[in-house]
Design a protein around this ligand. Structure first.
Ligand code: RIB
Length: 306
């Protein structure tokens, strides 16, 4: 089966602790439970797309250790081609995650092998990018590698999506290679300097990015839904109200849902509606990759939801 989507990014083992509330500065808390589960924004997005039935390949790096093997296995279980996941002499990336009883989290990532992904590694996996219609990136790998991969994907005529997480400023020459930017509100604030607290500010942020080269943006707003902004016009999409237990990978699930539906329909707004549905399922489950739904699960959840 020919690859339709390629995800270039991080693979992390998520070490998660559940607490009543997120700790304050200098505070010690006791955890109710803990887990060690596959994650990483890149791996999660690849798994999300793969689980929704799209032929997907992952490009990234893991260490020669048990975590690396588990992460590759998890992607394969989600139907992802892992031939582009390369070995590194560095240990596999990890993320330390704290979740409160409302499902809110704090995440600190230890990049490890993810920061060993080079431009030469991207060249080695060029055949995967060539096959795909669409390429997805985040920023948990070296910035210069992400910039190079975006430029290569664009040169090869692919549609490019950047999830700018963790957030940083983006140069116009980088934005020019991004067809669709999917930040959350905090990331948009870091990138543009504008806190998107209302529609006017969302439009102002989008206008700034459009001037620099990215014409289309979807800003994820958590329980407030998301905003789709293109050509100076904005459309809000409501989130389905659900009881969230763990918001880890909600954004990754959104991106997976968007990509899977976009590749099927080539309709932006339908893809966004589907992305919202997939993310709604994800936040009702624990963990990152294990919380990502299949198409049948998205359908069943929203049928029972009415
Ligand atoms: O987006 C959620 C992910 O962020 C987690 O799985 C963690 O690994 C960090 O990369």
């Amino acid at each position: 089966m020919s690859i339709k989507a390629v995800v270039i990014g991080s693979l992390n083992m998520d070490l998660t602790v559940s607490v009543e509330r997120l700790p304050g500065e200098g505070e010690t808390l006791l955890a109710g439970s803990s887990s060690e589960l596959p994650g990483g924004k890149g791996g999660n997005q690849a798994a999300a797309i793969g689980k929704l039935g799209v032929a997907t390949a992952m490009i990234g790096k893991v260490g020669d250790d048990a975590y690396g093997k588990r992460l590759i296995h998890s992607l394969q279980q989600s139907g992802v081609d892992t031939s582009g996941v390369m070995p590194s002499a560095e240990p596999t990336g990890m993320a330390m995650i704290t979740i409160d009883r409302e499902g809110r989290n704090h995440i600190v990532v230890i990049p490890g092998a993810n920061y060993d992904l080079t431009c030469e590694d991207i060249d080695k996996q060029r055949h995967l990018i060539e096959q795909a219609e669409l390429v997805v990136l985040q920023l948990e790998i070296p910035y210069e590698t992400a910039v190079y991969a975006l430029e290569l994907a664009k040169r090869l005529g692919k549609r490019t999506i950047l999830n700018p997480a963790p957030a940083r400023t983006l140069e116009p020459e980088v934005l020019a290679n991004v067809d669709l930017l999917i930040p959350n509100e905090h990331e948009l604030h870091t990138i543009t300097g504008i806190a998107p607290v209302n529609e006017q500010q969302l439009l102002a942020g989008a206008a700034q990015l459009a001037e620099q080269g990215t014409q289309t943006m979807v800003v994820t707003l958590g329980a407030a839904g998301c905003a789709f902004i293109q050509g100076g016009s904005l459309r809000m999409f409501d989130a389905t109200r659900v009881h969230a237990v763990d918001t880890t990978a909600a954004g990754d699930s959104f991106i997976g849902g968007y990509v899977a539906e976009y590749l099927e329909t080539h309709d932006e707004e339908q893809a966004i509606r589907y992305a919202m549905k997939a993310a709604a399922v994800t936040v009702t489950r624990h963990g990152a990759q294990q919380s990502l739904p299949t198409r049948a699960e998205v359908r069943a959840f929203h049928e029972s939801d009415g």
